[in-house]
Design a protein around this ligand. Structure first.
Ligand code: GLV
Ligand code: MN
Ligand code: MN
Length: 391
């Protein structure tokens, strides 16, 4: 909690509440500098990789390392724990292991991934996707923030060379096993610490509805082609389609130009959809898309649909999860609906996650919370896990 308190004032969002910390923005750069200082103070060997992620090595770099870490960015108006808890817990787990005189027999590293939430550039887990080749450097660097600044430009300003970005086989080969500690994001965990079994298939789709911009007072209702109508039908269709455990959310709508007395000429709507597997996720999105197209036709509008990102269901390594659960004394294992860098890495290296209880189940919101005692239990569990894996 002391380490979280250290960064408690960085990136507070007075307008939205909570924190707005986004990849390579002023705030995230400050947090990265804080991490570098903390890691250096602990004598860890700090090395940024080619893709904007920062590694801090204890006895390395090397291969077959035990790697832990998370991210420091947030969603707009997010909580204090999603991301930073995994980073501070990793540093404190190192402290605990050092305090008891543990000497790892293989390298151990703490990693901070850039732009995990996709809160600035739209695609989540950019750092881990770049590292694993799940997104090309060209596609990632071309993503733009709402001010038109590209990820490539932002990375360049932060001291990274976009031309050197892309799949990093050296970094990938260095990871023997990866464990990410994270605050649980639902109410599924009723004891202080658990582990993750799977992540829902999930993706993001952008719907651009185009109609005719006009005057809110002078334009007769029958003369309108208002893209806000199909946009609002999409919101309702998302709720209707998300049955049987599927989730579909519209959390962002941007009308252009966006004036109270203006019929929008176009509206961008982002759909976040998740379900147990690829088939069900595609089915949900297809149903919503069909409703959106029908609503657009009815209003004389056009719609363009773009899949901005997608990830299939992740099943974490059973052997590793069992090994960790054994070392921790049978912690419960639970699925999650939230995406993580660990989910991206799971396709390449044995990967596991530890969850810390979330008493309210609130996350991606200012009220996200975890008890100090549970966070402490998380640090102990992570230290025990790292010790077991790096012995
Ligand atoms: C990231 O936290 C996500 O699940 O969208
Ligand atoms: Mn998150
Ligand atoms: Mn997270």
């Amino acid at each position: 909690m002391t380490d979280l308190a250290d960064i408690a004032d960085v990136g507070r969002d007075a307008r939205r509440g909570g924190y707005s910390r986004h990849g390579f923005d002023r705030v995230e750069l400050e947090l990265r500098a804080w991490f570098v200082e903390e890691a250096t103070r602990r004598g860890l060997d700090v090395r940024p990789d080619r893709n904007g992620n920062i590694w801090a090595w204890w006895g390395g770099p090397g291969t077959d390392a035990v790697v832990t870490g998370s991210h420091l960015d947030s969603v707009p108006g997010g909580g204090a724990f999603d991301g930073p808890l995994g980073v501070v817990s990793a540093l404190q787990a190192v402290d605990l292991l050092r305090a008891k005189g543990f000497q790892p027999s293989r390298p151990l590293a703490v990693v901070v991934f850039v732009e995990e939430e996709g809160g600035r550039f739209g695609v989540a887990c950019l750092g881990s996707r770049l590292m694993t080749g799940a997104i090309s450097a060209e596609a990632a660097c071309g993503l733009t923030d709402p001010d038109g600044v590209s990820f490539g430009e932002a990375a360049h300003r932060a001291g990274f060379d976009p031309l050197r970005m892309g799949r990093d086989d050296v970094a990938l080969a260095s990871i023997g096993r990866f464990v990410e500690l994270h605050v649980e994001q639902g109410r599924g965990l009723t004891v202080p610490v658990g582990s993750a079994s799977s992540i829902l298939a999930h993706g993001r789709w952008r719907f651009t509805f185009t109609g005719e911009g006009n005057h809110a007072g002078a334009t007769l209702i029958e003369d309108r082609r208002d893209p806000m109508l199909p946009a609002s039908q999409l919101v309702l269709a998302a709720r209707r389609a998300a049955t049987g455990g599927a989730r579909a959310t519209v959390g962002r709508i941007v009308p252009n130009p966006g004036g109270t007395n203006v019929i929008a000429s176009s509206v961008d709507v982002w759909l976040d959809a998740r379900a147990d597997d690829d088939r069900r996720t595609r089915e949900v999105v297809a149903e919503i898309t069909e409703a959106a197209r029908a609503a657009a036709v009815e209003e004389g509008c056009e719609v363009r649909v773009t899949e901005e990102s997608y990830g299939d269901t992740v099943h974490f390594d059973r052997g590793l999860a069992d090994e960790i659960s054994g070392a921790l004394g049978n912690v419960p294992s639970l699925p999650t609906g939230a995406g993580h860098d660990a989910g991206i890495l799971a396709a390449h290296v044995p990967t596991a996650m530890l969850f810390v209880r979330n008493p309210t189940g609130i996350s991606h919101a200012p009220d996200e919370f975890a008890e100090a005692d549970d966070c402490a239990a998380g640090v102990v569990a992570l230290a025990t896990t790292l010790e077991h894996l790096a012995r």
